[in-house]
Ligand binder design. Structure first.
Ligand SMILES: [Zn+2]
Length: 100
């Protein structure tokens, strides 16, 4: 049996739904993380120089770790409250984002 990926949103959406404990970014707003952004831009400049296509950053890597942790804990609570995968309705979401 394959995991139903519609049951829960991706982890970066969980993280984005929380206020960032590190930089104070509001829920839904991106982190103020210029060094993280600069690191990705610098890596892509190097890739461009050697003829490689730019990499798309994982949205979680542009957020502060503390915010990712808050998202992970929220996901863990939702997962614990949801029925077992075999008892879930196909296509239904079991997250509490937007209602938390
Ligand atoms: Zn942040």
């Amino acid at each position: 049996m394959t995991e139903d990926t519609t049951a829960f949103p991706p982890l970066h959406e969980y993280a984005l739904a929380h206020r960032c404990p590190t930089c104070g970014a509001e829920p839904g707003a991106h982190c103020e993380a210029p060094r993280k952004q600069a690191g990705i831009e610098s890596r892509n400049r190097i890739r461009e120089r050697i003829g490689q296509p730019p990499v798309q950053a994982n949205p979680l890597h542009l957020m502060h770790v503390t915010r990712g942790d808050a998202g992970n804990r929220h996901y863990g609570r939702d997962l614990a409250a949801a029925p077992w995968p075999e008892d879930r309705e196909p296509g239904r979401r079991y997250d509490t984002l937007g209602r938390a």
